[in-house]
Write a protein that binds this ligand. Structure first.
Ligand code: SF4
Length: 235
């Protein structure tokens, strides 16, 4: 059996993700129709402070699918139970588990969190930071491993894949807390709260978990619900 090349077993850690945003970026992401001058001032001040401390981070690695059943897939000794993941990885050997975070520095920024607009504004900046970190991983993987389109799934994003399997995912990625400061709680939630995890996999047709999720009025929806597709996946 041939050995896996060393660069394919390494965990890639990114502690200096490029992150630059403007007041306009944040106001746009907040989706407020009429922006009062006071909100614009609050946002500008927060953006300036956030830019001084923000350190979005991420890590990822290459893994290989070792086994499959009808509703599970084993990746380097970790058996993930998800009918949808199993079908998405049909014919795929190489996958890319990852965690990305806005970083503890932003989460610990001292602001008046009792002021709803200030809290919402900071929350939005943190969301933009974690998105930058996740995009950084995606572009790194596409450039480094010459993969085309990537889709991703995360434990807990659908009922089909239990949140508890976040623990298995973290086990694939070494000491995530020590590397990028993301802690997994006993209830399998991540701290900082604006962190994302999952498995990137190559796809010809873009897949979003939202296509299989009928939750109404979800502010995070990335694709419309597709009942026919859900039926095809059997969920
Ligand atoms: S619609 Fe909302 S809850 Fe459903 S998978 Fe998408 S982001 Fe998650």
């Amino acid at each position: 059996m041939s050995a896996t090349p060393e660069h394919e077993t390494a965990i890639h850690v990114f502690r200096k993700v490029d992150f630059k945003i403007t007041t306009e970026d944040v106001l746009r992401a907040m989706k407020i129709r009429k922006v009062a001058p006071s909100l614009e001032r609050t946002t500008a001040t927060l953006v300036e402070r956030a830019m001084e401390v923000a350190r979005p981070k991420a890590l990822c690695r290459v893994c290989y699918v070792e086994d499959r059943t009808e509703d599970s897939v084993t990746i380097e000794d970790q058996e993930f139970t998800s009918r949808v993941l199993r079908q998405n990885l049909d014919g795929i050997q190489r996958v890319f588990p990852f965690v990305a975070t806005c970083g503890i520095e932003l989460e610990q920024l001292t602001v008046d969190r009792t002021d709803l607009m200030t809290a919402y504004c900071l929350d939005t900046i943190m969301m933009l930071a974690v998105q930058a970190a996740r995009r950084h991983v995606q572009h790194f993987l596409q450039d480094t491993y010459s993969v085309g389109q990537l889709s991703r799934m995360a434990p807990g994003s659908l009922q089909d894949w239990p949140l508890q399997e976040q623990g298995l995912l973290f086990d694939l990625l070494g000491d995530v807390q020590q590397q990028i400061g993301v802690q997994l709680t006993e209830r399998f939630l991540m701290i900082p709260i604006k962190s994302v995890s999952g498995i990137f996999f190559p796809t010809e047709i873009r897949f979003e978990s939202c296509q299989l999720c009928s939750r109404p009025n979800c502010p995070g929806r990335r694709a419309p619900y597709d009942a026919a597709l859900s039926a095809r996946y059997g969920v």
